[in-house]
Ligand binder design. Sequence first.
Ligand SMILES: Cc1cc2nc3c(=O)[nH]c(=O)nc-3n(C[C@H](O)[C@H](O)[C@H](O)COP(=O)(O)OP(=O)(O)OC[C@H]3O[C@@H](n4cnc5c(N)ncnc54)[C@H](O)[C@@H]3O)c2cc1C
Length: 643
Amino acid sequence: MNRFMRAATRKKRDYLMEVALQLFIEKGYEQVSVDDIIAATRTSKGTFYHYFKGKDEILREIPRKQTEIIEAWSARKPSEVQSLESHVNRLMLDLAEAASASPRLIRSWLALSLQNEGLKTAMEEWRRHLHESLQRWLPDYGRAHMLVTVYFGILIEWCAAEEEDGPPLPARMQEGLAWAWHGIRSRTGEGPVWTEPERKGEQVMRVAVIGGGLAGLTAAAYLSEHPGVEGILFERSPQLGGRAFTYEKAGFTLNYGAHAVYGIDRHSLSEMERELGMSFSSKQVDKRRVMYAKHGELTPAPLDFVNLMRTDLLNPMQKMRFVGEITAIIANIHTLRNYETLGDYLAQSDADEDVKELWEHLVCSNFFIAPEEARKVPGAVISEYYHNLFLSMRPVNYILGSWAVITNQLKQKIALGGRWDIAIQEGVDSIRYADRKFVLATKTREEAFDRVIFAMPVQQVVKLLKGTPWEPFLASYEDNTATEVMVYDIGLKHVVARPFSYISDMDNKLFISDVSATDHTLVPPGGQLLQGIAYLSDKFEDDAERKAYLDDKTKQMEALFDQYYPGWREATEVKRVSKKAMVASVKNIATNKLLPVRVENVPFYFCGDGCEGKGELAERAFSSARLAAKAILEDLPVATEQR
Ligand SMILES: Cc1cc2nc3c(=O)[nH]c(=O)nc-3n(C[C@H](O)[C@H](O)[C@H](O)COP(=O)(O)OP(=O)(O)OC[C@H]3O[C@@H](n4cnc5c(N)ncnc54)[C@H](O)[C@@H]3O)c2cc1C
């Protein structure tokens, strides 16, 4: 029956069900006939069969209604999801709302479920369905189980209470869920909770954040927690997210990049999850399905000891050698960290060429760097990165539902505090110092601030500060170069092939991720999302040479798709090819310098993936933004207290 059926019809139907269930409880399901129900409800056979096909249908009705709610919930797009917590709560509260509309019916149904095998099975099935649906977003058995248990526990508690006793079911559910999430978060330790500070007068610090990418949103979210700070986040484009911007097309969710997080258990994002009370889930890329292709042959990527033993890239002696290198890195005693660059280390190493090539290739793919520059990455940077990665229990994870799940929560956090404005499509054009304030000008207004955070690529910072008194202090960052890539996304109507989750073509230095093999939330049912990446060189004689190079890369990429995903051209529903997307605003090579969060003689704060901080790529954007916000909070002229 239609879920939008008229209220009067629903009432009648509920009444029949209620009486029937009551009879089932009193006499036992088998002992009650349809005629008994008709007699007890003083209706006709025609009326009964108008609503139900038979006695069985009554039993299945309640779980069926709840299943409809779950299915409507599962169909929501990831980019509409504010946070994992609010998304899961929405489902639980919708289910509770529906149940609370027919309290007597639910009570009878639960009571009968304990007696009747058929009903017990139906209830078990729906319980399993709820669990599986939650696991789509929360691929952690224990957490999903805990939430299902909370739901049923509260439902039973509410059923046991007298109707007029205590709060209604949705309110009980809301409170129970709040405790459940508190428990889920505190499993890894509770983050700081700001208490209302003791204010010196009513002094409030005004802060401007320029840039609404991951870094700007993170800095503003931390600051928005504090009652002594208010501010504006300026973003020049029509949307937030910057390079982590997410968009939906034909049922596919696209990000630049696969929103991969390296070593999530040791990642700044996990720290932020606790500190900012965020919630999201992630899924690990299947290591056994990460492949390297060399001379047309596929072999497992040596990501861990199992794959290393299986790979054909190295012979047994070379494998031993490589294991030794990894062990030294884990123990933090590898000499690589003392070399200025990987190239310097490899030049003096007596390892075989295959081992050297492997090093170069690993660095190229993990640092998102063109092959010819892998050898320029500093030894200390590589050493620290792999030390962290090899110690991680979860080396490569995707944030389920894309970066939007993170950016939506940060945005919500900033707005909820009520002290911050987000100014979209309002680029900051200039900055000057007047009356002990920093005055920022956009096309439409001028605003004065006590502190300013630049959360944008270093090249753009340098440009914005040109002609100001601070320009000379940023001169050494002026020539920083970025890592640029060609991104070739294809959304396919159906899965054309799934030979691996990620392939790295060692001959042409091209990479394809089967994004949907790890994150199934990003595609319509049965669909497939593939992302091809090529790191680009930026040294060309002229535009014609550059164009020819990009055309060549495009052809190589399409040939790689042809080889491993035959039929992709016919199945393509969505295609996006971006040439020269900026992956890292500062390529982490020895000749580039990351911008510190504070620069001597410059009164501003800097964050973003081109700044100093923990990790690479998005992690550096998050960690430097956190540092910038904390530095400002330390500067506050009020006494703050942490519990
Ligand atoms: C193809 C691709 C794949 C990637 N894959 C991954 C990955 O798998 N894992 C990972 O960790 N990272 C990945 N990244 C990198 C990650 O996306 C970036 O490191 C991160 O998004 C950088 O965030 P940010 O806030 O520092 O900078 P941005 O995202 O560049 O944000 C800066 C913002 O500032 C705004 N702005 C600039 N000037 C002004 C102004 N004057 N006034 C107002 N606003 C201004 C810009 O419009 C922009 O929105 C990938 C990137 C790309 C391109």
